[in-house]
Design a protein around this ligand. Structure first.
Ligand code: ARG
Length: 588
Protein backbone atom coordinates (compact mmCIF):
# COMPACT_ATOMS: atom_id res chain seq x y z
CA UNK A 1 0.00 0.00 0.00
CA UNK A 2 1.80 3.16 -1.14
CA UNK A 3 1.53 5.69 1.65
CA UNK A 4 2.82 8.82 -0.05
CA UNK A 5 4.30 10.38 3.03
CA UNK A 6 6.32 7.27 3.89
CA UNK A 7 7.55 6.98 0.31
CA UNK A 8 8.75 10.58 0.38
CA UNK A 9 10.25 9.94 3.78
CA UNK A 10 12.28 7.02 2.42
CA UNK A 11 13.47 8.97 -0.60
CA UNK A 12 14.58 11.87 1.57
CA UNK A 13 16.36 9.63 4.02
CA UNK A 14 18.30 8.12 1.15
CA UNK A 15 19.13 11.55 -0.29
CA UNK A 16 20.21 12.88 3.10
CA UNK A 17 22.52 9.92 3.67
CA UNK A 18 23.98 10.30 0.20
CA UNK A 19 24.48 14.06 0.44
CA UNK A 20 25.54 14.42 4.07
CA UNK A 21 26.75 10.99 5.12
CA UNK A 22 26.86 10.18 8.82
CA UNK A 23 25.97 13.74 9.72
CA UNK A 24 22.39 12.99 8.62
CA UNK A 25 22.13 9.69 10.46
CA UNK A 26 18.86 9.47 12.36
CA UNK A 27 17.68 12.89 11.18
CA UNK A 28 13.95 13.20 10.49
CA UNK A 29 13.22 14.32 6.91
CA UNK A 30 10.25 16.20 8.43
CA UNK A 31 7.82 15.63 5.56
CA UNK A 32 4.55 17.50 6.13
CA UNK A 33 1.49 18.10 3.98
CA UNK A 34 1.64 21.69 2.71
CA UNK A 35 -0.86 24.06 4.21
CA UNK A 36 -1.11 26.01 0.97
CA UNK A 37 -1.28 24.25 -2.42
CA UNK A 38 0.78 26.97 -4.12
CA UNK A 39 3.73 25.65 -2.07
CA UNK A 40 3.19 22.16 -3.41
CA UNK A 41 1.54 19.13 -1.89
CA UNK A 42 4.19 18.29 0.67
CA UNK A 43 7.12 20.02 2.29
CA UNK A 44 10.37 18.59 3.59
CA UNK A 45 11.70 20.73 6.41
CA UNK A 46 14.75 18.74 7.45
CA UNK A 47 17.27 21.31 6.24
CA UNK A 48 16.49 23.74 9.10
CA UNK A 49 17.52 21.36 11.88
CA UNK A 50 20.38 19.87 9.87
CA UNK A 51 21.78 23.27 8.97
CA UNK A 52 21.91 24.21 12.61
CA UNK A 53 23.52 20.93 13.55
CA UNK A 54 26.15 21.13 10.80
CA UNK A 55 26.76 24.85 11.10
CA UNK A 56 25.79 25.40 7.47
CA UNK A 57 23.15 27.56 5.82
CA UNK A 58 19.91 25.55 5.74
CA UNK A 59 19.42 26.62 2.13
CA UNK A 60 22.77 25.11 1.14
CA UNK A 61 21.90 21.93 3.00
CA UNK A 62 18.55 21.82 1.18
CA UNK A 63 20.36 22.24 -2.14
CA UNK A 64 22.66 19.31 -1.40
CA UNK A 65 19.75 17.09 -0.39
CA UNK A 66 17.73 18.00 -3.48
CA UNK A 67 20.73 17.31 -5.73
CA UNK A 68 20.89 13.78 -4.33
CA UNK A 69 17.12 13.26 -4.32
CA UNK A 70 15.48 10.72 -6.60
CA UNK A 71 11.75 11.30 -6.88
CA UNK A 72 11.36 10.50 -10.56
CA UNK A 73 7.78 9.53 -11.28
CA UNK A 74 6.68 10.76 -7.85
CA UNK A 75 7.16 14.53 -8.03
CA UNK A 76 6.92 16.81 -11.05
CA UNK A 77 8.56 19.71 -9.33
CA UNK A 78 10.91 20.09 -6.37
CA UNK A 79 11.74 23.63 -5.34
CA UNK A 80 13.64 25.19 -2.50
CA UNK A 81 11.82 28.08 -0.86
CA UNK A 82 12.58 30.62 1.84
CA UNK A 83 15.33 29.70 4.28
CA UNK A 84 15.44 26.07 3.06
CA UNK A 85 12.00 24.51 2.80
CA UNK A 86 11.72 21.93 0.06
CA UNK A 87 8.37 22.12 -1.70
CA UNK A 88 7.18 18.97 -3.41
CA UNK A 89 4.61 18.90 -6.20
CA UNK A 90 3.31 15.40 -6.74
CA UNK A 91 3.03 13.94 -10.20
CA UNK A 92 -0.66 13.71 -11.15
CA UNK A 93 -0.40 10.13 -12.33
CA UNK A 94 1.39 9.09 -9.16
CA UNK A 95 -1.25 10.78 -7.01
CA UNK A 96 -4.05 9.16 -9.00
CA UNK A 97 -2.42 5.76 -8.52
CA UNK A 98 -2.03 6.27 -4.78
CA UNK A 99 -5.68 7.30 -4.40
CA UNK A 100 -6.86 4.39 -6.56
CA UNK A 101 -4.88 2.01 -4.33
CA UNK A 102 -6.56 3.40 -1.21
CA UNK A 103 -9.95 3.09 -2.89
CA UNK A 104 -9.21 -0.55 -3.70
CA UNK A 105 -8.25 -1.30 -0.10
CA UNK A 106 -10.97 -2.27 2.39
CA UNK A 107 -8.82 -0.75 5.16
CA UNK A 108 -8.42 2.55 3.31
CA UNK A 109 -4.67 2.24 3.46
CA UNK A 110 -4.42 1.59 7.19
CA UNK A 111 -1.76 -1.08 7.75
CA UNK A 112 -2.32 -3.98 10.12
CA UNK A 113 -0.16 -3.31 13.17
CA UNK A 114 2.94 -5.42 13.47
CA UNK A 115 3.64 -6.48 16.09
CA UNK A 116 0.05 -6.55 17.35
CA UNK A 117 0.04 -5.53 20.99
CA UNK A 118 -2.10 -6.71 23.87
CA UNK A 119 -3.62 -3.56 25.29
CA UNK A 120 -5.39 -3.55 28.65
CA UNK A 121 -7.83 -0.66 28.33
CA UNK A 122 -9.35 0.59 31.58
CA UNK A 123 -12.32 2.87 31.02
CA UNK A 124 -15.78 3.84 32.18
CA UNK A 125 -15.35 2.54 35.76
CA UNK A 126 -18.72 3.61 37.19
CA UNK A 127 -19.55 3.09 40.83
CA UNK A 128 -22.12 0.61 42.08
CA UNK A 129 -25.22 1.92 43.83
CA UNK A 130 -24.75 5.29 42.23
CA UNK A 131 -26.15 6.30 38.90
CA UNK A 132 -23.66 7.13 36.21
CA UNK A 133 -23.13 10.83 35.82
CA UNK A 134 -21.69 13.04 33.16
CA UNK A 135 -18.14 12.43 34.43
CA UNK A 136 -18.47 8.78 33.45
CA UNK A 137 -19.67 9.88 30.04
CA UNK A 138 -16.23 11.17 29.17
CA UNK A 139 -14.35 8.08 30.27
CA UNK A 140 -16.84 5.80 28.47
CA UNK A 141 -16.84 7.78 25.24
CA UNK A 142 -13.10 8.55 25.03
CA UNK A 143 -12.13 5.06 26.16
CA UNK A 144 -14.44 3.44 23.65
CA UNK A 145 -13.04 5.49 20.77
CA UNK A 146 -9.50 4.57 21.79
CA UNK A 147 -10.48 0.90 21.94
CA UNK A 148 -12.01 1.03 18.48
CA UNK A 149 -8.95 2.69 16.95
CA UNK A 150 -6.50 0.24 18.54
CA UNK A 151 -8.63 -2.70 17.48
CA UNK A 152 -8.89 -1.41 13.93
CA UNK A 153 -5.11 -1.15 13.86
CA UNK A 154 -5.01 -4.85 14.65
CA UNK A 155 -4.12 -4.74 18.33
CA UNK A 156 -5.83 -6.99 20.86
CA UNK A 157 -7.82 -4.78 23.20
CA UNK A 158 -8.67 -6.28 26.58
CA UNK A 159 -11.34 -4.02 28.04
CA UNK A 160 -11.21 -3.63 31.80
CA UNK A 161 -14.18 -1.98 33.40
CA UNK A 162 -12.80 -1.15 36.84
CA UNK A 163 -16.23 -0.83 38.41
CA UNK A 164 -16.27 0.57 41.94
CA UNK A 165 -18.07 -2.21 43.81
CA UNK A 166 -16.19 -2.33 47.08
CA UNK A 167 -15.55 -0.08 50.03
CA UNK A 168 -16.90 0.93 53.39
CA UNK A 169 -19.97 2.63 51.88
CA UNK A 170 -21.46 -0.83 51.31
CA UNK A 171 -21.70 -1.26 55.07
CA UNK A 172 -24.22 1.53 55.41
CA UNK A 173 -26.05 0.55 52.22
CA UNK A 174 -26.52 -3.08 53.19
CA UNK A 175 -27.31 -2.24 56.81
CA UNK A 176 -29.92 0.28 55.76
CA UNK A 177 -31.40 -2.23 53.36
CA UNK A 178 -31.66 -4.84 56.11
CA UNK A 179 -33.32 -2.41 58.47
CA UNK A 180 -35.74 -0.87 56.04
CA UNK A 181 -39.08 -2.40 56.85
CA UNK A 182 -40.90 -3.85 53.90
CA UNK A 183 -37.87 -3.81 51.70
CA UNK A 184 -35.66 -6.22 53.58
CA UNK A 185 -37.80 -9.14 52.49
CA UNK A 186 -37.73 -8.27 48.83
CA UNK A 187 -34.82 -5.99 48.09
CA UNK A 188 -34.71 -7.30 44.50
CA UNK A 189 -37.74 -5.20 43.73
CA UNK A 190 -35.83 -1.94 44.00
CA UNK A 191 -35.11 -0.08 40.79
CA UNK A 192 -31.92 1.88 40.18
CA UNK A 193 -33.71 5.20 40.52
CA UNK A 194 -34.54 4.12 44.02
CA UNK A 195 -30.98 2.97 44.56
CA UNK A 196 -29.67 6.45 43.93
CA UNK A 197 -32.10 7.91 46.45
CA UNK A 198 -31.35 4.97 48.68
CA UNK A 199 -27.66 5.86 48.67
CA UNK A 200 -28.43 9.39 49.77
CA UNK A 201 -30.84 8.25 52.47
CA UNK A 202 -28.30 5.76 53.79
CA UNK A 203 -25.60 8.39 53.84
CA UNK A 204 -27.86 10.81 55.71
CA UNK A 205 -28.70 8.17 58.29
CA UNK A 206 -25.04 7.25 58.65
CA UNK A 207 -24.11 10.88 59.27
CA UNK A 208 -26.93 11.63 61.68
CA UNK A 209 -27.44 8.41 63.62
CA UNK A 210 -24.34 7.30 65.54
CA UNK A 211 -25.81 3.93 66.46
CA UNK A 212 -26.67 3.19 62.88
CA UNK A 213 -23.14 4.20 61.91
CA UNK A 214 -21.76 1.64 64.37
CA UNK A 215 -23.98 -1.10 62.93
CA UNK A 216 -22.94 -0.05 59.43
CA UNK A 217 -19.29 -0.40 60.38
CA UNK A 218 -19.95 -3.87 61.77
CA UNK A 219 -21.64 -4.66 58.47
CA UNK A 220 -18.44 -3.73 56.65
CA UNK A 221 -16.61 -6.29 58.77
CA UNK A 222 -19.27 -8.89 57.96
CA UNK A 223 -18.93 -8.10 54.25
CA UNK A 224 -15.15 -8.35 54.34
CA UNK A 225 -15.22 -11.63 56.22
CA UNK A 226 -17.59 -13.11 53.67
CA UNK A 227 -20.83 -13.35 55.67
CA UNK A 228 -23.30 -15.04 53.37
CA UNK A 229 -26.40 -12.91 53.86
CA UNK A 230 -24.35 -9.74 53.67
CA UNK A 231 -22.74 -10.87 50.44
CA UNK A 232 -26.13 -11.75 49.00
CA UNK A 233 -27.49 -8.28 49.66
CA UNK A 234 -24.28 -6.73 48.31
CA UNK A 235 -24.96 -8.72 45.15
CA UNK A 236 -28.37 -7.06 44.84
CA UNK A 237 -26.71 -3.68 44.53
CA UNK A 238 -24.26 -5.04 41.96
CA UNK A 239 -26.88 -6.68 39.77
CA UNK A 240 -29.18 -3.70 39.72
CA UNK A 241 -26.35 -1.30 39.03
CA UNK A 242 -25.03 -3.42 36.20
CA UNK A 243 -28.46 -3.45 34.60
CA UNK A 244 -28.43 0.34 34.64
CA UNK A 245 -24.86 0.63 33.33
CA UNK A 246 -25.60 -1.78 30.50
CA UNK A 247 -28.62 0.22 29.49
CA UNK A 248 -26.48 3.34 29.24
CA UNK A 249 -23.73 1.51 27.31
CA UNK A 250 -26.28 0.19 24.88
CA UNK A 251 -27.76 3.60 24.24
CA UNK A 252 -24.29 5.12 23.90
CA UNK A 253 -23.12 2.27 21.64
CA UNK A 254 -20.24 1.76 24.00
CA UNK A 255 -18.69 -1.66 23.52
CA UNK A 256 -18.62 -2.81 27.14
CA UNK A 257 -20.30 -5.99 28.31
CA UNK A 258 -20.46 -7.91 31.58
CA UNK A 259 -17.43 -9.88 30.40
CA UNK A 260 -15.33 -6.73 30.51
CA UNK A 261 -16.04 -6.09 34.17
CA UNK A 262 -13.02 -6.45 36.40
CA UNK A 263 -14.50 -4.69 39.37
CA UNK A 264 -12.53 -3.62 42.40
CA UNK A 265 -13.74 -6.68 44.33
CA UNK A 266 -12.12 -8.91 41.70
CA UNK A 267 -8.76 -7.94 43.17
CA UNK A 268 -9.68 -8.63 46.81
CA UNK A 269 -8.03 -12.05 46.88
CA UNK A 270 -4.81 -10.52 45.47
CA UNK A 271 -4.47 -7.56 47.83
CA UNK A 272 -2.68 -9.28 50.69
CA UNK A 273 -0.10 -10.92 48.40
CA UNK A 274 0.40 -7.67 46.48
CA UNK A 275 1.15 -5.85 49.70
CA UNK A 276 3.35 -8.70 50.93
CA UNK A 277 5.38 -8.53 47.74
CA UNK A 278 5.88 -4.79 48.09
CA UNK A 279 7.02 -5.37 51.67
CA UNK A 280 9.39 -8.19 50.76
CA UNK A 281 10.94 -6.03 48.06
CA UNK A 282 11.58 -3.38 50.66
CA UNK A 283 9.29 -0.88 48.99
CA UNK A 284 6.65 -0.58 51.71
CA UNK A 285 7.11 0.77 55.20
CA UNK A 286 4.98 1.91 58.08
CA UNK A 287 4.25 5.55 58.57
CA UNK A 288 1.97 6.72 61.34
CA UNK A 289 0.46 3.25 61.66
CA UNK A 290 -0.35 2.92 57.97
CA UNK A 291 1.65 0.92 55.45
CA UNK A 292 2.91 3.08 52.59
CA UNK A 293 5.03 2.97 49.50
CA UNK A 294 7.03 6.05 48.56
CA UNK A 295 7.57 6.04 44.79
CA UNK A 296 10.71 7.92 43.86
CA UNK A 297 10.29 11.47 42.66
CA UNK A 298 7.08 12.34 44.51
CA UNK A 299 7.30 14.93 47.22
CA UNK A 300 4.77 16.83 49.28
CA UNK A 301 4.78 20.62 49.73
CA UNK A 302 7.46 20.34 52.44
CA UNK A 303 9.74 18.33 50.18
CA UNK A 304 9.16 15.09 52.09
CA UNK A 305 8.55 11.84 50.20
CA UNK A 306 4.88 11.50 49.31
CA UNK A 307 3.24 8.29 50.49
CA UNK A 308 0.86 6.06 48.60
CA UNK A 309 -1.07 4.42 51.42
CA UNK A 310 -1.67 0.74 50.74
CA UNK A 311 -2.93 -0.47 54.12
CA UNK A 312 -4.66 1.55 56.78
CA UNK A 313 -3.87 1.12 60.46
CA UNK A 314 -7.07 -0.93 60.86
CA UNK A 315 -5.82 -3.33 58.19
CA UNK A 316 -8.16 -2.08 55.45
CA UNK A 317 -6.92 -1.75 51.88
CA UNK A 318 -7.49 1.25 49.63
CA UNK A 319 -8.13 2.38 46.07
CA UNK A 320 -4.35 2.50 45.46
CA UNK A 321 -3.88 -1.05 46.76
CA UNK A 322 -6.46 -2.30 44.29
CA UNK A 323 -4.82 -0.39 41.47
CA UNK A 324 -1.42 -1.83 42.32
CA UNK A 325 -2.93 -5.33 42.29
CA UNK A 326 -4.57 -4.48 38.96
CA UNK A 327 -1.31 -3.38 37.33
CA UNK A 328 0.34 -6.57 38.53
CA UNK A 329 -2.55 -8.69 37.24
CA UNK A 330 -2.61 -6.94 33.87
CA UNK A 331 1.11 -7.48 33.37
CA UNK A 332 1.42 -11.01 34.73
CA UNK A 333 -1.90 -12.63 33.91
CA UNK A 334 -3.23 -10.63 30.98
CA UNK A 335 0.27 -10.29 29.51
CA UNK A 336 -0.46 -6.73 28.49
CA UNK A 337 2.15 -4.91 26.40
CA UNK A 338 0.43 -1.62 26.99
CA UNK A 339 -1.90 -0.45 29.78
CA UNK A 340 -4.19 2.47 29.22
CA UNK A 341 -6.28 4.17 31.92
CA UNK A 342 -8.95 6.67 30.95
CA UNK A 343 -10.03 8.80 33.92
CA UNK A 344 -10.43 12.45 34.78
CA UNK A 345 -7.30 14.53 35.21
CA UNK A 346 -7.68 14.74 38.97
CA UNK A 347 -6.42 11.16 39.23
CA UNK A 348 -3.20 12.01 37.41
CA UNK A 349 -0.96 11.90 40.44
CA UNK A 350 -2.60 8.72 41.70
CA UNK A 351 -1.75 6.88 38.49
CA UNK A 352 1.71 8.39 38.16
CA UNK A 353 2.52 7.09 41.64
CA UNK A 354 0.91 3.70 41.07
CA UNK A 355 2.86 3.23 37.81
CA UNK A 356 6.10 4.30 39.44
CA UNK A 357 5.59 1.94 42.36
CA UNK A 358 4.71 -0.89 39.97
CA UNK A 359 7.89 -0.22 37.99
CA UNK A 360 9.94 -0.24 41.19
CA UNK A 361 8.37 -3.58 42.08
CA UNK A 362 9.49 -4.90 38.71
CA UNK A 363 5.97 -5.65 37.53
CA UNK A 364 6.34 -3.72 34.30
CA UNK A 365 9.61 -5.34 33.23
CA UNK A 366 9.70 -7.65 30.20
CA UNK A 367 12.64 -9.00 28.20
CA UNK A 368 11.62 -6.89 25.18
CA UNK A 369 11.34 -3.66 27.18
CA UNK A 370 9.05 -2.26 29.85
CA UNK A 371 5.28 -2.50 29.54
CA UNK A 372 4.01 0.97 28.86
CA UNK A 373 1.51 2.20 31.43
CA UNK A 374 -0.33 5.31 30.30
CA UNK A 375 -2.85 7.50 32.03
CA UNK A 376 -5.21 9.20 29.59
CA UNK A 377 -6.51 12.16 31.56
CA UNK A 378 -9.44 14.34 30.59
CA UNK A 379 -10.92 17.63 31.77
CA UNK A 380 -14.26 18.50 33.28
CA UNK A 381 -17.59 19.05 31.51
CA UNK A 382 -18.68 22.60 32.31
CA UNK A 383 -22.04 24.32 32.19
CA UNK A 384 -22.64 27.67 30.48
CA UNK A 385 -21.54 29.34 33.73
CA UNK A 386 -18.09 27.73 33.33
CA UNK A 387 -18.64 25.71 36.48
CA UNK A 388 -18.91 21.90 36.55
CA UNK A 389 -22.02 20.87 34.63
CA UNK A 390 -25.03 20.59 36.98
CA UNK A 391 -28.80 20.53 36.69
CA UNK A 392 -30.72 23.72 37.33
CA UNK A 393 -31.32 22.59 40.90
CA UNK A 394 -27.57 22.10 41.35
CA UNK A 395 -27.41 18.32 41.21
CA UNK A 396 -25.06 16.21 39.12
CA UNK A 397 -26.53 15.51 35.71
CA UNK A 398 -27.62 11.91 35.36
CA UNK A 399 -26.59 10.25 32.17
CA UNK A 400 -30.00 8.76 31.44
CA UNK A 401 -31.65 12.17 31.64
CA UNK A 402 -28.97 13.60 29.42
CA UNK A 403 -29.53 10.92 26.79
CA UNK A 404 -33.28 11.48 26.88
CA UNK A 405 -32.82 15.17 26.36
CA UNK A 406 -30.39 14.56 23.50
CA UNK A 407 -32.98 12.38 21.74
CA UNK A 408 -35.69 14.99 22.18
CA UNK A 409 -33.55 17.84 20.96
CA UNK A 410 -32.24 15.92 17.97
CA UNK A 411 -35.79 14.94 17.01
CA UNK A 412 -36.83 18.60 17.16
CA UNK A 413 -33.89 19.70 15.01
CA UNK A 414 -34.66 17.03 12.43
CA UNK A 415 -38.36 17.85 12.39
CA UNK A 416 -37.52 21.40 11.40
CA UNK A 417 -34.75 20.47 8.92
CA UNK A 418 -36.51 17.63 7.18
CA UNK A 419 -40.22 17.40 8.00
CA UNK A 420 -40.73 14.86 5.21
CA UNK A 421 -38.73 12.15 6.93
CA UNK A 422 -41.16 9.32 7.79
CA UNK A 423 -41.91 9.11 11.51
CA UNK A 424 -40.34 5.68 12.22
CA UNK A 425 -37.22 6.58 10.32
CA UNK A 426 -37.00 9.88 12.14
CA UNK A 427 -36.86 8.19 15.51
CA UNK A 428 -33.85 6.12 14.48
CA UNK A 429 -32.14 9.05 12.77
CA UNK A 430 -32.76 11.23 15.82
CA UNK A 431 -31.07 8.67 18.05
CA UNK A 432 -28.07 8.39 15.77
CA UNK A 433 -27.75 12.17 15.52
CA UNK A 434 -28.27 12.64 19.27
CA UNK A 435 -25.65 10.12 20.35
CA UNK A 436 -23.32 11.28 17.60
CA UNK A 437 -23.61 14.92 18.65
CA UNK A 438 -23.06 14.12 22.30
CA UNK A 439 -20.04 11.92 21.68
CA UNK A 440 -18.52 14.16 19.05
CA UNK A 441 -18.77 17.24 21.27
CA UNK A 442 -16.82 15.34 23.88
CA UNK A 443 -14.26 13.82 21.51
CA UNK A 444 -13.61 16.87 19.38
CA UNK A 445 -12.14 18.84 22.26
CA UNK A 446 -8.56 18.30 23.22
CA UNK A 447 -9.40 15.86 25.97
CA UNK A 448 -7.19 17.39 28.60
CA UNK A 449 -9.17 20.62 28.46
CA UNK A 450 -12.46 21.32 30.17
CA UNK A 451 -15.28 21.98 27.75
CA UNK A 452 -18.55 23.84 27.94
CA UNK A 453 -21.59 21.68 27.31
CA UNK A 454 -23.83 23.35 24.73
CA UNK A 455 -26.78 21.61 23.09
CA UNK A 456 -27.23 24.08 20.25
CA UNK A 457 -23.60 23.98 19.24
CA UNK A 458 -23.29 20.20 19.28
CA UNK A 459 -26.51 19.73 17.30
CA UNK A 460 -25.68 22.37 14.71
CA UNK A 461 -25.39 21.28 11.08
CA UNK A 462 -22.56 23.76 10.58
CA UNK A 463 -19.09 23.63 11.97
CA UNK A 464 -17.08 20.90 13.58
CA UNK A 465 -19.99 18.75 14.72
CA UNK A 466 -21.27 15.22 14.23
CA UNK A 467 -24.39 16.35 12.35
CA UNK A 468 -22.19 18.23 9.88
CA UNK A 469 -20.19 15.09 9.12
CA UNK A 470 -23.24 12.83 9.13
CA UNK A 471 -24.87 15.23 6.74
CA UNK A 472 -21.88 15.18 4.39
CA UNK A 473 -22.27 11.40 4.28
CA UNK A 474 -26.01 11.69 3.64
CA UNK A 475 -25.36 14.13 0.83
CA UNK A 476 -23.07 11.66 -0.91
CA UNK A 477 -25.57 8.86 -0.46
CA UNK A 478 -28.23 11.03 -2.02
CA UNK A 479 -25.97 11.72 -5.04
CA UNK A 480 -25.71 7.98 -5.51
CA UNK A 481 -29.46 7.46 -5.16
CA UNK A 482 -30.02 10.08 -7.83
CA UNK A 483 -27.34 8.61 -10.08
CA UNK A 484 -28.95 5.22 -9.68
CA UNK A 485 -32.40 6.57 -10.49
CA UNK A 486 -31.06 8.34 -13.58
CA UNK A 487 -29.27 5.22 -14.78
CA UNK A 488 -25.90 6.94 -14.47
CA UNK A 489 -24.15 4.17 -12.60
CA UNK A 490 -22.47 1.61 -14.75
CA UNK A 491 -21.88 -1.39 -12.52
CA UNK A 492 -19.36 -2.92 -14.93
CA UNK A 493 -17.17 0.11 -15.51
CA UNK A 494 -14.86 0.57 -12.54
CA UNK A 495 -13.41 4.03 -12.34
CA UNK A 496 -10.60 5.50 -10.27
CA UNK A 497 -11.25 8.62 -8.21
CA UNK A 498 -10.69 11.83 -10.10
CA UNK A 499 -7.77 14.07 -9.09
CA UNK A 500 -7.72 16.41 -12.08
CA UNK A 501 -9.18 19.64 -10.67
CA UNK A 502 -7.49 21.52 -7.80
CA UNK A 503 -10.46 20.85 -5.49
CA UNK A 504 -10.29 17.15 -6.33
CA UNK A 505 -6.58 17.10 -5.78
CA UNK A 506 -6.92 18.80 -2.38
CA UNK A 507 -9.60 16.33 -1.36
CA UNK A 508 -7.60 13.33 -2.56
CA UNK A 509 -4.52 14.47 -0.67
CA UNK A 510 -6.62 14.76 2.47
CA UNK A 511 -7.92 11.24 2.01
CA UNK A 512 -4.39 9.92 1.75
CA UNK A 513 -3.77 11.22 5.27
CA UNK A 514 -6.27 8.81 6.83
CA UNK A 515 -3.73 6.09 7.74
CA UNK A 516 -1.45 8.65 9.35
CA UNK A 517 -4.30 10.03 11.43
CA UNK A 518 -5.29 6.56 12.66
CA UNK A 519 -1.67 5.95 13.58
CA UNK A 520 -1.49 9.28 15.39
CA UNK A 521 -4.61 8.59 17.45
CA UNK A 522 -3.37 5.09 18.30
CA UNK A 523 -0.15 6.55 19.58
CA UNK A 524 -1.27 9.75 21.31
CA UNK A 525 -4.66 8.38 22.39
CA UNK A 526 -6.15 11.73 21.35
CA UNK A 527 -9.42 11.17 19.50
CA UNK A 528 -9.74 14.86 18.62
CA UNK A 529 -7.09 14.33 15.96
CA UNK A 530 -9.62 12.18 14.14
CA UNK A 531 -12.49 14.66 14.52
CA UNK A 532 -10.31 17.50 13.23
CA UNK A 533 -9.30 15.36 10.29
CA UNK A 534 -12.84 14.28 9.40
CA UNK A 535 -13.99 17.87 9.59
CA UNK A 536 -11.28 18.82 7.10
CA UNK A 537 -12.31 15.97 4.80
CA UNK A 538 -15.95 17.11 4.91
CA UNK A 539 -14.96 20.74 4.34
CA UNK A 540 -12.85 19.83 1.32
CA UNK A 541 -15.65 17.66 0.07
CA UNK A 542 -18.07 20.60 0.19
CA UNK A 543 -15.47 22.67 -1.63
CA UNK A 544 -15.13 20.01 -4.29
CA UNK A 545 -18.88 19.67 -4.59
CA UNK A 546 -19.22 23.38 -5.17
CA UNK A 547 -16.59 23.48 -7.91
CA UNK A 548 -16.94 20.13 -9.60
CA UNK A 549 -20.39 19.07 -10.79
CA UNK A 550 -20.81 15.33 -10.30
CA UNK A 551 -24.03 14.24 -11.95
CA UNK A 552 -23.79 17.20 -14.34
CA UNK A 553 -20.16 16.46 -15.17
CA UNK A 554 -19.12 17.32 -18.76
CA UNK A 555 -18.73 13.69 -19.83
CA UNK A 556 -19.36 10.15 -18.63
CA UNK A 557 -15.75 9.28 -17.63
CA UNK A 558 -15.44 12.48 -15.58
CA UNK A 559 -18.76 11.74 -13.91
CA UNK A 560 -17.66 8.19 -13.09
CA UNK A 561 -14.33 9.40 -11.71
CA UNK A 562 -16.05 12.02 -9.55
CA UNK A 563 -18.56 9.48 -8.31
CA UNK A 564 -15.62 7.26 -7.37
CA UNK A 565 -14.10 10.15 -5.42
CA UNK A 566 -17.44 10.78 -3.66
CA UNK A 567 -17.68 7.15 -2.73
CA UNK A 568 -14.19 7.17 -1.28
CA UNK A 569 -15.03 10.25 0.81
CA UNK A 570 -18.17 8.53 2.12
CA UNK A 571 -16.13 5.49 3.11
CA UNK A 572 -13.53 7.60 4.93
CA UNK A 573 -16.24 9.53 6.78
CA UNK A 574 -18.09 6.37 7.75
CA UNK A 575 -14.96 4.53 8.86
CA UNK A 576 -13.60 7.53 10.73
CA UNK A 577 -16.88 8.09 12.56
CA UNK A 578 -17.14 4.41 13.34
CA UNK A 579 -13.73 4.58 14.99
CA UNK A 580 -15.20 7.27 17.21
CA UNK A 581 -18.25 5.14 17.95
CA UNK A 582 -20.54 7.32 15.84
CA UNK A 583 -22.97 5.95 13.27
CA UNK A 584 -24.17 7.32 9.96
CA UNK A 585 -27.59 7.16 8.28
CA UNK A 586 -28.71 7.14 4.66
CA UNK A 587 -31.01 10.10 5.05
CA UNK A 588 -31.56 12.80 7.62
N1 ARG B 1 -14.45 4.20 39.79
C1 ARG B 1 -13.48 5.22 39.51
C2 ARG B 1 -14.18 6.59 39.49
O1 ARG B 1 -15.39 6.67 39.42
C3 ARG B 1 -12.79 5.02 38.17
C4 ARG B 1 -11.92 3.80 38.06
C5 ARG B 1 -10.75 4.03 37.15
N2 ARG B 1 -9.88 2.90 37.01
C6 ARG B 1 -8.95 2.53 37.89
N3 ARG B 1 -8.22 1.46 37.63
N4 ARG B 1 -8.76 3.15 39.02
O2 ARG B 1 -13.49 7.59 39.53
Amino acid sequence: MPDVQSILNERFRAAMAKALGDAAAGADPAIRPSANPTFGDFQANAAMALGKKLGQKPRDVAQKIVAALDVAGICDKVEIAGPGFVNLHLNAGFLAGAVAAVAADARLGVPVASPALRVALDYSGPNVAKEMHVGHLRSSVIGDAIGRVLEFQGHTVIRQNHMGDWGTQFGMLIQNLMESAGQAGQPESMSIGDLNAFYQASKKRFDEDAEFATRARQRVVALQSGDERTLRLWGVFIEQSKRHFNEVYKRLRVRLTDDDIRAESFYNPMLAETVAELESKGLARESQGALCVFPEGYKNADGDPLPLIIRKSDGGFLYATTDLAAVRYRARDLKADRMVYVTDARQRQHFAMVFKAAAEAGWLARPQGAVSAEHVPFGTVLGEDNKPFKTRSGEVVKLTNLLDEADERAAAVLASKNPDLPAEQRKHVAEVVAIGALKYADLSNDRIKDYVFNWDRMLSFDGNTAPYLQYAFVRIRSIFRKAQAQGLIDAKASSSPSVAEPAERALALKILQFPGVVEGVGQSLEPHRMTTYLYEVASRFHDFFEHCPVLQAPDAPTRAARLALCDLVARVLKQGLELLGIEVVEQM
